[in-house]
Design a protein around this ligand. Structure first.
Ligand SMILES: Cc1cc2nc3c(=O)[nH]c(=O)nc-3n(C[C@H](O)[C@H](O)[C@H](O)COP(=O)(O)OP(=O)(O)OC[C@H]3O[C@@H](n4cnc5c(N)ncnc54)[C@H](O)[C@@H]3O)c2cc1C
Length: 379
């Protein structure tokens, strides 16, 4: 057993930290305030070859492993959780299913520009009537000669307003339940596909989120991802991967909350001494540091298992539920340590507390993670 990152992983971690401090920290508060996609940051990430970290160099990826990608998302999320999530949504949720289930042609045509950062990807699974109950989706894909005709509405599509490539899930055979769901690649600009207005959110406000409308949207049969009826499986496997990244995002948020709290507790004087001299504050800091380490180990372990080709669905759900609930507890504690100042806009801990909440909701709520874990444990 070796708990260390490799030298290469440590180097990439340090590079990403430097990158985030230089290019993300200075704009993190303003992109949150303006709900703005930081295109300039993603142009730089593309230049550095970080838009397809775990995918083959043959398709423009970095040819690295999932643990490295996880560490990168954690580092980016320490500075800005919305930026970390935009990268993880693009890489794990949109490029992932094409890398794992796409044909050679699909990989050349769609995965390569995604990994090169020339295109941005989005994953459109959730519908107004199908959230946790993913299999209840009513978007249809009707076969018509050598095309499919897609009709329906997707909601909460992250990267929707900025995406060039959508992975869309739709029902091809209503009689087969979840086995009648299929996955498709739909390029932006396809007639019949329209993107709704950006949702203004509580947190991760720089991440762009919208509805996607499909109205008689015709795509060639070559854009079917995997086989007809494989969509549900593709969705679940993709979410297993994405959950490791949400866990990494939560670890990044919590670490930033701890870093801010330590700095503030040493500086803030009350009763003639720094507030860090009080045991009440010391114990909050101790609990934060301990829980963050535990969450980080769970998260890295899930990524490690995936890299080893071993089962990781339960471990990804454990990492996500633990890390996300931990981030919420401790972002709130960080605000507490900052007193009234922590409640004021412009303080990083105020943003961290808002950003932490979504990690308990997307890519499966905490309740959904517990369903995955218990079904594995009770098997
Ligand atoms: C900012 C944001 C970004 C998102 N990005 C994407 C994206 O890129 N692509 C995408 O496809 N989706 C995305 N989503 C959707 C997200 O994954 C769903 O919101 C989430 O899965 C929950 O679905 P829901 O909102 O419909 O809640 P519901 O399923 O309606 O759940 C409501 C509540 O009921 C609970 N609940 C539901 N069923 C059960 C049950 N059987 N047992 C116990 N409790 C239950 C839930 O845990 C929750 O607490 C995003 C959502 C948000 C808010």
């Amino acid at each position: 057993m070796d708990f260390r990152l490799t030298e290469e992983q440590e180097l990439i971690q340090a590079n990403m930290r430097e990158f985030a401090e230089r290019y993300v920290d200075p704009i993190a508060a303003s992109i949150d305030e303006e709900s703005r996609y930081p295109a300039e940051v993603f142009a730089r990430l593309a230049e550095m070859g970080w838009m397809g970290i775990p995918y083959s160099q043959e398709y423009g990826g970095a040819g690295s492993d999932y643990l490295t990608f996880t560490v990168v998302v954690e580092e980016l999320s320490k500075s800005c959780a919305a930026t970390g999530f935009t990268l993880s949504c693009h890489t794990a949720l949109a490029s992932g299913p094409i890398a794992n289930f796409g044909t050679e042609e699909q990989k050349k045509q769609y995965l390569t520009p995604l990994c090169q950062g020339k295109h941005i990807g989005a994953f459109a699974l959730t519908e107004p009537g199908a959230g946790t109950d993913v299999g209840a989706g009513s978007t249809t894909a009707e076969s018509d000669g050598d095309e499919y005709i897609l009709n329906g509405t997707k909601t909460f599509t992250s990267n929707g307003p900025i995406a060039d490539t959508f992975v869309v899930f739709a029902v091809t055979d209503k009689t087969k339940g979840t086995k009648g769901m299929s996955a498709f690649i739909v390029p932006a600009g396809t007639p019949g596909l329209s993107v709704g207005a950006h949702f203004f959110k509580m947190g991760i406000r720089a991440s762009q989120t919208s509805e996607i409308h499909l109205k008689n949207c015709r795509i060639p049969k070559q854009n079917l991802l995997g086989q007809e009826g494989q969509g549900f499986r593709i969705a679940l496997q993709t979410l297993d991967n994405g959950r490791i990244q949400v866990a990494a995002q939560a670890v990044g948020i919590a670490q930033a909350a701890l870093d801010e709290s330590v700095k503030y507790a040493k500086e803030r004087i009350q009763f003639g001494k720094p507030i860090s001299a009080n045991q009440a504050i010391q114990w909050m800091i101790a609990d934060m540091a301990t829980d963050i380490s535990a969450a980080r180990f769970l998260t890295y372990h899930a990524a490690f298992l995936k890299d080893q080709g071993r089962p990781y669905s339960k471990e990804a759900a454990m990492a996500k539920v633990f890390a996300s609930e931990m981030a919420n507890r401790h972002a709130s504690k960080a605000v507490q340590i900052h007193g009234g100042y922590g409640y004021i806009k412009g303080q990083k801990v105020e943003r961290l507390m808002r950003d932490a909440k979504i990690t308990e909701i997307y890519e499966g709520t905490s309740e959904a993670q517990r369903m995955v874990i218990s079904s594995n444990v009770l098997r």
